[in-house]
Design a protein around this ligand. Structure first.
Ligand SMILES: [Zn+2]
Length: 303
C-alpha cells in the first residue's frame, strides 16, 4: 500500500458525506505531490484561525514573535481570507490546516488551494523553501539596501510564485483563485487607509504594523499574479500598465515551479533582489523603513 497523508478532523459536527468524500479524493491528489506523505498531516477544521494559531506557536522559522501567534486572523485587511495554510513543525513534520470553508467556492477552488498547499509541502520536504533561506546560508544583510522586513516578504513572494506556477502548469487553475490588477488595487487601498489613519492618530507603531501587513498581501498578490502571467493563464496585457508588477516580474519570472530544487544561494540572491524591489514599491507608496545607527534600530517613516 502506498504512503498516505494523515488526516485529522477538528469539526463540531461530521461533514456531509459528499463533502467528506471530496476531501478524501483531494488529499489523495495532495499525497501524490509530496515526497513523504507520511510526514504530512492535513487538519480539516471549522475553527481555522484557532487551529492555525496553535500550529504557529511551534512553527519552525517563524518570522515573528511566537507569542503573537494567538493573534492570527485569516481575514486580511483587503478583504481576502485565507482558508488553508502550510506550517512546518519540529521533527520534519508539515501540517496543512484547511478550513471547511474551502468548499464554499466549489470543488475546483478547493482543489486549486489544496494542491497549491501541497506544493508548499513539497518545497519544505525538498529543503527548498525561500522562507527563512537567509538563516540556512551564510548571509549578511546589505544594511544600506533594506531591512529584514522586506527580506521576509520577498522570500514569501518567491514561494507563492513557485507554488502557483506549478498549479497552473499542471492544469489545476481555478479562475477565481487567480490574482489580477483588481486584487492589487484592493491592497493599494489598504496602504491608503493606513496612511489616512496615521494622519489622524499619529500612531506610528500601528502604521508600521498596518503598512507591513499590507506589504505581506502585496507580495502574495504579486507572486500569484506573476505566476499566472508567466504560465500564460493571464494575458500580458492585463498587467501591462501596473507599475508594481513591472517592478518585480523580471525577478520572479526566471524561477521554476516546485519540481526543480534550486541552489539555496540562488534562492537567496533572488530574494535579495526581490527585497530591494519591494522596498522601492513601499517607498513609491509613501512609506519607508531603514536602519538608523549601528545597533540594528530601525526607523519607520510615512511620507
Ligand atoms: Zn501559498
Amino acid at each position: 500500500m502506498s504512503s498516505e497523508i494523515n488526516v485529522t478532523y477538528r469539526v463540531a459536527r461530521p461533514l456531509p458525506a459528499a463533502q467528506e468524500a471530496a476531501w478524501r479524493s483531494l488529499i489523495v491528489e495532495m499525497a501524490a505531490e509530496v515526497p513523504e506523505p507520511e510526514d504530512v498531516e492535513v487538519v480539516i477544521t471549522d475553527e481555522f484561525d484557532k487551529v492555525v494559531a496553535e500550529y504557529l506557536a511551534t512553527e519552525v522559522d517563524l518570522a515573528f514573535d511566537p507569542t503573537l501567534a494567538t493573534q492570527y486572523r485569516a481575514a486580511r485587511s483587503d478583504g481576502a481570507r485565507a482558508a488553508a495554510r502550510t506550517s512546518p513543525q519540529p521533527g520534519g513534520k508539515v501540517v496543512v490546516a484547511a478550513s471547511i470553508d474551502l468548499f464554499v467556492l466549489g470543488l475546483q477552488s478547493a482543489r486549486h488551494c489544496l494542491l497549491h498547499e501541497a506544493q508548499h509541502v513539497r518545497l519544505h520536504q525538498h529543503g527548498d523553501v525561500a522562507h527563512a533561506v537567509h538563516r540556512r546560508v551564510p548571509f549578511a544583510l546589505p544594511e544600506d539596501e533594506f531591512t529584514w522586513e522586506f527580506l521576509w516578504r520577498a522570500e514569501s513572494a518567491i514561494d507563492e510564485f513557485r507554488c502557483e506556477r506549478t498549479v497552473h502548469e499542471r492544469g489545476w487553475t481555478d479562475p477565481g483563485n487567480v490574482n489580477g490588477p483588481l486584487d492589487l488595487n484592493g491592497v493599494l487601498d489598504t496602504f491608503r487607509a493606513v496612511r489616512a489613519e496615521y494622519r489622524r492618530t499619529d500612531d506610528q507603531m500601528r502604521a508600521y504594523e498596518g503598512a507591513f501587513a499590507s506589504l505581506d498581501r502585496l507580495a502574495t498578490v504579486l507572486g500569484y499574479g506573476a505566476a499566472a502571467l508567466v504560465a500564460g493563464v493571464t494575458p500580458p496585457a492585463t498587467w501591462a500598465h501596473v507599475p508594481a508588477m513591472g517592478r518585480v516580474l523580471d525577478v520572479l519570472e526566471g524561477l521554476p515551479g516546485t519540481h526543480v530544487v534550486l541552489p539555496r544561494e540562488d534562492v537567496l540572491a533572488t530574494a535579495t533582489e526581490m527585497a530591494k524591489r519591494l522596498r522601492r514599491i513601499f517607498q513609491e507608496l509613501g512609506f519607508d523603513c531603514y536602519f538608523i545607527g549601528d545597533n540594528g534600530d530601525r526607523w519607520f517613516a510615512v511620507n
